[in-house]
Design a protein around this ligand. Structure first.
Ligand code: CU
Length: 141
């Protein structure tokens, strides 16, 4: 947990754009109380490293709507599928988005997932995946 917080701070210092984007969502002491924000078509940061057992919190810090949806084949063996909207697999999540925006995260909405299996977990924003809106959670032992 401490390591994640350190990494988050280090990332925020390195990017003026990040500071601007997250300014409206600062938690106690001015530090954001989420781990991954969202820009118009990107997760910020795109990759985050956490430890087994950590919970990652996403917040839609942009005006556009997004999803957080694990990709098929993008998870380590044994890892639980995760998706905003709570869907069980990618196809279900995609169909739900296409029918009635299932899994939508609007501005200020949050999603969280606890990671219990080490390895790289890739996820995507369904409406913006062709624009390259992908992210990765790297989970270390
Ligand atoms: Cu998106």
């Amino acid at each position: 947990m401490y390591r994640r917080r350190f990494l988050r701070r280090a990332g925020a210092v390195g990017s003026a754009a990040t500071a601007v984007g997250l300014a409206g969502c600062a938690g106690v002491g001015g530090e954001p109380d989420f781990d991954v924000g969202m820009l118009a078509a990107a997760y910020q940061p795109r990759e985050i490293t956490v430890s087994v057992g950590d919970t990652v919190v996403w917040e839609n810090t942009s005006a556009r709507s997004h999803t957080v949806t694990a990709t098929e084949g993008g998870l380590p063996d044994g890892a639980e599928f995760f998706a905003s909207g709570g869907f069980d697999d990618f196809e279900t999540a995609k169909a739900a988005w296409q029918s009635d925006f299932g899994g939508i995260l609007k501005n200020g909405d949050r999603f969280e997932h606890t990671f219990t299996v080490p390895g790289a977990h890739e996820y995507v924003c369904i409406p913006h995946r062709e624009g390259g809106m992908y992210g990765t959670v790297v989970v270390e032992e």
